[in-house]
Ligand binder design. Structure first.
Ligand code: ATP
Length: 135
């Protein structure tokens, strides 16, 4: 079994899609190990997106992820990292396959509703960053 860090980004909360999106992860069989709604500052955004801070798209992404409450969660299950990314769909909601979260609910490559760790190593780093006290 494996853990992964998931964010329901501020667009998910603003649009009232938390239940819908969380329901998909639960229905798939992933277990919720930790969950917390919070509003992050720019510094936390920079730490989470350390690999992107120099990119052209980062300043508006930083503004977006700090724009309101998001829901951070740790999900657990067999191959959870890959399973979550398959459920999330391609980064750009316009290109994401129907049936995926982004494919069904997003028309944007920035406001794409969800984040999922991209590898087990990223998951370890991100879980420590978001939930430092989780056993
Ligand atoms: P995430 O890491 O959030 O699960 P991802 O792995 O599909 O998404 P990354 O390439 O890691 O995508 O980009 C991180 C986030 O940055 C994306 O989810 C999206 O919100 C934003 N982003 C990525 N590329 C662009 C872009 N070209 N224009 C605007 N925003 C972008």
């Amino acid at each position: 079994s494996q853990r992964t860090l998931v964010l329901l980004k501020p667009d998910t909360v603003r649009r009232g899609l938390v239940g819908e999106v969380l329901g998909r992860f639960e229905a798939k069989g992933l277990r919720i190990v930790a969950m917390d709604q919070r509003t992050i500052d720019g510094e936390q955004a920079d730490q989470h997106y350390a690999e992107h801070v120099e990119r052209d798209f980062y300043p508006p992404l930083r503004a977006f992820v700090t724009s309101g409450p998001l829901v951070a969660l740790v999900l657990e299950g067999d191959e959870a990292v890959e399973v979550v990314r398959l459920l999330n769909g391609a980064t750009d909601g316009r290109k994401a396959a129907p049936g995926t979260i982004r494919g069904d609910f997003s028309l944007s490559n920035r406001e794409n509703l969800v984040h999922g760790s991209d590898s087990p190593e990223s998951a370890d780093r991100e879980i420590k960053l978001w939930f430092p006290d989780l056993p």
